[in-house]
Design a protein around this ligand. Structure first.
Ligand SMILES: [Zn+2]
Length: 108
């Protein structure tokens, strides 16, 4: 699979899309609320800090638990809501990779 602009940038776009979707549809906001903005900023920093960069290993083999618990919980809510709804028009493998990388669905 080809990631225009690199895998990290691709994942940033996916995460942003999911958080935005969650905030607007689930929370009924017009724009990202401060909490979701914080979560997004956190996620972006995590991706920037990913020591594997664009050569990230497959998620199951990734040794890094890079989300702190509170943020992981919030991200879990976002993904649970936005994931299935966005799956319709996002590539499955990229999503699967992302979800599994965050270890939200038992990937270990
Ligand atoms: Zn929000």
């Amino acid at each position: 699979m080809i990631f225009p602009g690199g895998r990290i940038n691709y994942e940033k776009r996916v995460v942003e899309r999911m958080i935005r979707f969650y905030c607007i549809h689930r929370e009924g906001n017009r724009e990202l609320c401060p909490e979701c903005r914080e979560l997004l900023a956190y996620a972006v920093v995590r991706l920037d800090c990913c020591r594997f960069g664009d050569r990230k290993p497959v998620c199951k083999k990734c040794p890094v638990h890079c989300y702190k618990i509170s943020m992981r919980e919030r991200m879990r809510c976002v993904m649970r809501y936005a994931g299935p709804r966005l799956l319709w028009y996002r590539p499955l493998d990229a999503f699967g990779h992302l979800l599994c990388r965050l270890r939200l669905f038992g990937g270990r």
